[in-house]
Ligand binder design. Structure first.
Ligand SMILES: Cc1ncc(COP(=O)(O)O)c(C=O)c1O
Length: 484
C-alpha cells in the first residue's frame, strides 16, 4: 500500500464509538466528504458516514455529542482490492464518489476515487508543492507581474535545455509565433509556408502579421509537413517556413533547412507540443532560426498560459524583447521606436515554469512509459496504426495518437471515440486541416492530412496514467474492433 493512500485512510478513519462532533472533524480533515468507521481492535471496516448523513442526523435532532453509530446511513458500497476498474466504475453514481477497497480481512487498503480512477483525461498538468512554493514566493514578495527572478530563470533554464543562447518568454505560444514572425519583418504581401495539419494558431500567427499562410500536405511517415511538397509552395513572396513537430514527433528538418537555404527563407520551428523531442540529437526548437514553445495547461510542461521563443541569434533576441514589451526603448522609458505588444509572461507563471523545468526529465520519462505501454498493446491490432517514429527523430509523447482504418479494423474513428467516451475515457480527434477551416477554406485537396484528420485520434496521455488504466483504454479499443 503506498504511504499516501495509507495516510489518507488513517486520516479519515475513526471508531464507531465516536461522537458526531469527532466525525465532523475527521470528515473535515480528510477533505473527501466522508469518514470510515473502523473497529479499533480488528481494524475491520464497519461502514462509512458522509457529510450528508451528518447533516440529515442534525436536522433530525441528534446532537454533536450523539454517537455516530446511532445515526442512519445507507449501506456502503465496497469492493475487494484488485477488482477490475470497469467493475468499480459502475458502482459510482452522484452521491457515491469513493469506494473503499477491502482485503480478505475486511480491512480498508485502498480507496477508489471517482476523479482519480474513473475519468481518464487526454492531458492534465502535473503540479506539486514546488510550483506552490515558488508561486507563494512571488505572492509573499510582491513580484507578481512580468519583472522578477523567475522570468529570467525560466528563460535561462529553457535556453540551456535547448542548447541555445537566448530565450524570450511570452504570454502564450501563439504570441511567441507572432513575435518570431514580426522579428523577421514579415508582414502584408509576404507568404509563410505552414503544414495544414496543425493547431490553427500556427496559421493564425502568420495572418496576424498581414502575411498569408500557404498550406502544405503532411507526409504519411511522420504526419508532419512533407518536405518534398514545400518547394512547389514557395513563391517570390515566401519569407519563412514553419515546420510543426506535431504531437511531439520531430519534423524532418534537414530537407526543410536545405530548401530554406536555397530559397533564402527563415525557419521558425513550432515546437509548441514537443518539449524535449530531438532531431538527430538536437533539441527541437534549436534547429531553425527560432523555435517556439507553448506552456498551455495541456502541454508537456505548463505555466497555465505561456510561451517561449528560443534562438541563437542575438539580434533576433533583442528584437523579440523589444516587441514583447510595447516596443519600448531599452535606454529611455516610455519611448517607443517601434510598434510593440504586451506579450510578457508574469513572474507568477514563470515560477510555475521553473518548477516544471526542474521535473521535465521525470515528466518525459513518464511520457515514455505511457507511449511504450500503448505501443505494446496496440502495435499488432490490425486496422490501428500508430504515429510512426522516424529513425532520425526521438519524439516525446505529447498526446499518444493513432489512426483507425475502418475497413480493416471494423469500426470507424468516431465509433472508437464514442466507445471510449462511454467508459469515461477522454479522446481528441486529430486537428482538422487548417486549409479546410472556415476562416481559410482554400479549396485545396491535401489528401494525406485530410485522411489523417479523418481517421486519427489522441488517447489519454497524462503522466499520472497507471498501467491498468492504459490497459483499460487498449482493451476498449480492441473490443470495439471485434464487436462491430
Ligand atoms: C502546434 C501549436 N502551435 C501553437 C500553439 C499555440 O500555443 P498557445 O495555446 O500557448 O497559444 C499550439 C497550442 O496549443 C499548438 O499546438
Amino acid at each position: 500500500m503506498i504511504s499516501d493512500i495509507k495516510d489518507q485512510i488513517e486520516r479519515i478513519s475513526l471508531s464507531p464509538t465516536s461522537t458526531i462532533r469527532e466525525t465532523m472533524q475527521t470528515i473535515n480533515r480528510g477533505a473527501l466528504g466522508l469518514a470510515l468507521l473502523i473497529e479499533p481492535e480488528t481494524k475491520h471496516f464497519i461502514g462509512l458516514v458522509t457529510d450528508g448523513d451528518i447533516r440529515r442526523a442534525l436536522l433530525k435532532g441528534y446532537g454533536l455529542e450523539s454517537l455516530v453509530s446511532d445515526i442512519e446511513r445507507p449501506e456502503a458500497r465496497t469492493a475487494r482490492v484488485g477488482t477490475p476498474v470497469d467493475r468499480i466504475a459502475v458502482m459510482f453514481n452522484e452521491p457515491v464518489r469513493v469506494v473503499p477497497l477491502l482485503n480478505e480481512n475486511h480491512q480498508v487498503v485502498d480507496l477508489a476515487l471517482f476523479d482519480r480512477r474513473m475519468r481518464l483525461p487526454v492531458a492534465e498538468p502535473s503540479l506539486s508543492d514546488k510550483e506552490l512554493q515558488y508561486v507563494s514566493e512571488c505572492i509573499l514578495t510582491g513580484w507578481i507581474s512580468s519583472a522578477g527572478r523567475f522570468v529570467t530563470r525560466f528563460e535561462q533554464m529553457l535556453a540551456d535545455y535547448c542548447g541555445v543562447r537566448f530565450a524570450v518568454a511570452t504570454s502564450n505560444g501563439t504570441a511567441a509565433l507572432h513575435l518570431a514572425l514580426l522579428a523577421l519583418d514579415i508582414g502584408p504581401g509576404d507568404e509563410v509556408v505552414v503544414p495544414t495539419l496543425t493547431f490553427i494558431a500556427t496559421a493564425n500567427a502568420v495572418s496576424y502579421t498581414g502575411a498569408r499562410p500557404v498550406f502544405v500536405d503532411s507526409e504519411s511517415e511522420t504526419w508532419n509537413i512533407d518536405p518534398s511538397k514545400i518547394e512547389e509552395a514557395v513563391t517570390s513572396h515566401t519569407k519563412a517556413i514553419i515546420p510543426v513537430h506535431l504531437y511531439g514527433r520531430p519534423a524532418n528538418m534537414d530537407p526543410i533547412l536545405k530548401i530554406a537555404l536555397k530559397r533564402g527563407l527563415a525557419v521558425v520551428e513550432d515546437a509548441a507540443e514537443a518539449h524535449g523531442a530531438r532531431y538527430k540529437g538536437c533539441c527541437v526548437g534549436s534547429i531553425g532560426d527560432m523555435g517556439i514553445f507553448s506552456f498551455y495547461g495541456n502541454k508537456i510542461i505548463t505555466t497555465g498560459e505561456g510561451g517561449m521563443i528560443v534562438t541563437d541569434n542575438e539580434d533576433l533576441a533583442g528584437k523579440l524583447r523589444l516587441l514583447r514589451d510595447h516596443g519600448m526603448s531599452d535606454n529611455q522609458r516610455y519611448w517607443h521606436p517601434v510598434m510593440g505588444y504586451n506579450y510578457r509572461l508574469t513572474n507568477l507563471q514563470a515560477a510555475v515554469g521553473v518548477a516544471q523545468m526542474e521535473k521535465m526529465d521525470d515528466i518525459l520519462k513518464a511520457k515514455r512509459r505511457i507511449a511504450q505501454a500503448y505501443h505494446e498493446g496496440l502495435q499488432n491490432v490490425s486496422g490501428i496504426s500508430l504515429q510512426p517514429e522516424a529513425p532520425w527523430g526521438s519524439g516525446v509523447c505529447w498526446l499518444y495518437s493513432i489512426l483507425v482504418e475502418p475497413d480493416v479494423f471494423g469500426a470507424t474513428r468516431n465509433e472508437v471515440m464514442a466507445a471510449l467516451q462511454a467508459q469515461n475515457v477522454e479522446t481528441r480527434p486529430l486537428f482538422p486541416p487548417v486549409h479546410t477551416q472556415p476562416i481559410y477554406n482554400t479549396g485545396q485537396i491535401l489528401p494525406v492530412a485530410e485522411r489523417l484528420a479523418k481517421t486519427g485520434l489522441s488517447l489519454p496521455s497524462a503522466i499520472g496514467l497507471q498501467q491498468d488504466e492504459i490497459n483499460r483504454v487498449i482493451d476498449t479499443i480492441i473490443t470495439v474492433g471485434s464487436s462491430f
